[in-house]
Write a protein that binds this ligand. Structure first.
Ligand SMILES: [Ca+2]
Length: 466
C-alpha cells in the first residue's frame, strides 16, 4: 500500500513536471530583407515556409525595429532597451574598407571591428532565459562585437557558430579577406566553402536534436539576404540550385534575382527548422518569432511600397515584417495592425519562458503575447529613433515625424523635416508639417523628452555617452 502511494506520488510529480515544462523558443532574424516575402504581398518571392508560418500564426503589419541598420537594430532587440540606452546605437565596423583599404592583421586587431562591442554590463535575452533553465545558442550574425568578452558564450549563450562582425562572404566566411567565422570562442576554418545559410541551418537543426528533451532557446540571426562583404562587383551569392526556382520568370544573371534566391535559401533553412520541430513532436510546444532587422537595401524586384529603405528614418527602413507562431497559444492565420516593436522581443521571450526580468534594469518594451492573442490592444503609443547625422524620427500614435539629411548621407546636416499621418498615409507621401503645426510641435516635444531620458540613463559604451 505504502509503495503504491509512493508510485502514485511519483507519477503525479512526473505529470506535473511535463505540464510545467516551458516552451522552446526560436527567434529568427533576417538581414536587410524588408517586406520581401510572399505572405506580405511580394508575389515574386518564393517563401513557402515563412508563408506557412504566417498561415499558422500571426502576421504583424506595424512592427518596428530600433534602427534601420543592422547593429543597433540587433542591440535593441536582444537587450530589450533602446540602443541609446544600451550604448550600441551605431555600427561596429571598419569604415576604411569603404575606401578600398585592406587591413593588415595587426591593424585589424586594434580596429573598431575587433575592439568594440555591446557593453558587458548589458544583459541579453540569453542571460535572462538562462535564469529559467534554458539552454541557449546563436547560429548566424551576432554583430555585437568579436573580442572574446563580447562573443555569445560570454553573453548568456551556451553555443555559437557564426560571425561576430557585421557581414561575411557566404562561402569563404571572410569579411573583406579577414577570416571571421567562430565556433564558440575560436575562429574556425573547418566549414570554409559551405554556404553560410546552409551552415547555420545545419547547426540549428543539430542544436534542436541535441536539446529536444529540455527547454532550449535558439537564436537564429541569418546574414541572409544581406549582400556579401567581399570586393566582388555583384555581391549577391546564392547556390545555383536555388536560383533555378526563379527561372524562367526572372533572369538568373540579374543581382535582383540572386537576392530573391538568397531569401529563398533562408526560407528553406527555416523550413527545415520547422520540419525538425515537427519530427521531434515539439512544434506545438515552441514559440517561433521571425522578423527582419531593417528594411531592404535599395530597390529590388517589386515596387517599393513604403518610403525609403535601409539607413532611412522612413517606414521602409524601420517597419519590417513580423511573424509569430505558437499553436494553441497564438491564433492561426490572423493579422494584427497593432503598433509593436523589437523592444518587445525580450520581455515576450522572458514571459513565455517563465523567466523573471532582472530587477534594476529599465526595459523599454512589454510582453507581446496578450496583444498577439487579441486579448488587449498594444500598450505602445510611441517609439523613437536617432541615427547620428542621418535621421531622427518619432512615431506618436499615428503621427510620424522624420528629420533627415538631403541625401540620407553622413556629413550633411539633417535640415529637412516632415510629418505624416500614418493612418491615412503609410507611404509617407503627404507632408503635413506646414498644415499641422500643433501636431508637429507635440511630436517633436515627445522626441526631445525621450532624448533627455536617454541622456539621463546610466552611461554605456562603446561610443560616446549619449
Ligand atoms: Ca541589416
Amino acid at each position: 500500500m505504502r509503495r503504491l502511494v509512493i508510485i502514485a506520488l511519483w507519477s503525479l510529480a512526473a505529470v506535473t513536471s511535463a505540464a510545467a515544462r516551458p516552451p522552446n523558443l526560436v527567434y529568427i532574424v533576417s538581414d536587410d530583407q524588408g517586406f520581401d516575402l510572399a505572405c506580405f504581398g511580394s508575389t515574386q518571392f518564393v517563401t513557402p515556409h515563412l508563408d506557412r508560418m504566417a498561415a499558422e500564426g500571426v502576421r504583424a503589419t506595424n512592427f518596428y525595429v530600433t534602427a534601420s541598420v543592422c547593429t543597433p537594430s540587433r542591440s535593441g532587440a536582444i537587450t530589450g532597451r533602446y540602443p541609446q540606452r544600451n550604448g550600441t546605437y551605431e555600427m561596429i565596423r571598419n569604415n576604411m574598407v569603404n575606401y578600398g583599404h585592406r587591413y593588415t592583421k595587426s591593424e585589424y586587431a586594434i580596429s573598431p571591428e575587433m575592439t568594440l562591442g555591446l557593453d558587458v554590463r548589458e544583459l541579453t535575452c540569453g542571460d535572462v532565459l538562462r535564469t529559467a533553465g534554458y539552454r541557449n545558442a546563436v547560429f548566424g550574425k551576432w554583430d555585437l562585437g568579436q573580442a572574446r568578452r563580447f562573443l555569445p558564450l560570454q553573453r548568456g549563450f551556451d553555443g555559437f557558430v557564426g560571425h561576430g562582425n557585421n557581414g561575411i562572404d557566404y562561402y569563404t566566411h571572410e569579411r573583406y579577406g579577414v577570416p571571421s567565422l567562430f565556433r564558440g570562442n575560436a575562429l574556425s576554418l573547418a566549414d570554409k566553402g559551405t554556404y553560410s545559410t546552409d551552415l547555420f541551418r545545419r547547426e540549428a537543426v543539430a542544436f534542436i536534436r541535441e536539446n529536444h528533451a529540455r527547454p532550449f532557446f535558439l537564436y537564429l540571426p541569418f546574414n541572409a539576404p544581406h549582400s556579401a562583404s567581399n570586393l566582388e562587383k555583384d555581391s549577391n551569392q546564392v547556390p545555383a540550385a536555388i536560383l533555378k526556382k526563379y527561372y524562367p520568370a526572372l533572369d538568373p544573371a540579374l543581382p535582383a534575382t540572386k537576392y530573391a534566391g538568397m531569401v529563398t535559401a533562408m526560407d528553406e533553412a527555416i523550413g527545415e527548422v520547422f520540419a525538425t520541430l515537427r519530427e521531434l513532436g515539439l512544434d506545438r510546444d515552441t514559440l517561433v518569432i521571425f522578423h527582419a532587422d531593417n528594411g531592404r537595401n535599395g530597390a529590388r524586384i517589386d515596387d517599393i511600397r513604403l518610403r525609403g529603405g535601409k539607413s532611412s528614418g522612413f517606414e521602409g527602413g524601420l517597419r519590417v515584417p513580423f511573424l509569430a507562431r505558437w499553436p494553441g497559444v497564438i491564433p492561426s492565420g490572423k493579422t494584427t495592425h497593432a503598433f509593436i516593436t523589437a523592444l518587445e522581443i525580450l520581455p515576450t521571450l522572458a514571459a513565455a519562458g517563465g523567466a523573471k526580468l532582472p530587477a534594476g534594469v529599465t526595459y523599454d518594451g512589454f510582453d507581446l503575447l496578450p496583444v498577439l492573442q487579441g486579448k488587449i490592444p498594444s500598450p505602445r503609443r510611441e517609439m523613437f529613433w536617432d541615427f547620428p547625422d542621418v535621421y531622427q524620427a518619432a512615431r506618436v500614435d499615428n503621427w510620424k515625424w522624420v528629420s533627415f539629411t538631403p541625401r540620407g548621407r553622413r556629413g550633411e546636416v539633417p535640415d529637412k523635416e516632415e510629418l505624416f499621418d500614418l493612418a491615412a498615409d503609410p507611404g509617407e507621401k503627404n507632408n503635413l508639417a506646414a498644415g499641422q503645426p500643433a501636431q508637429l510641435i507635440s511630436v517633436k516635444a515627445r522626441f526631445v523628452a525621450w532624448q533627455a531620458e536617454m541622456a539621463a540613463s546610466e552611461p554605456r559604451g562603446p561610443f560616446r555617452d549619449y
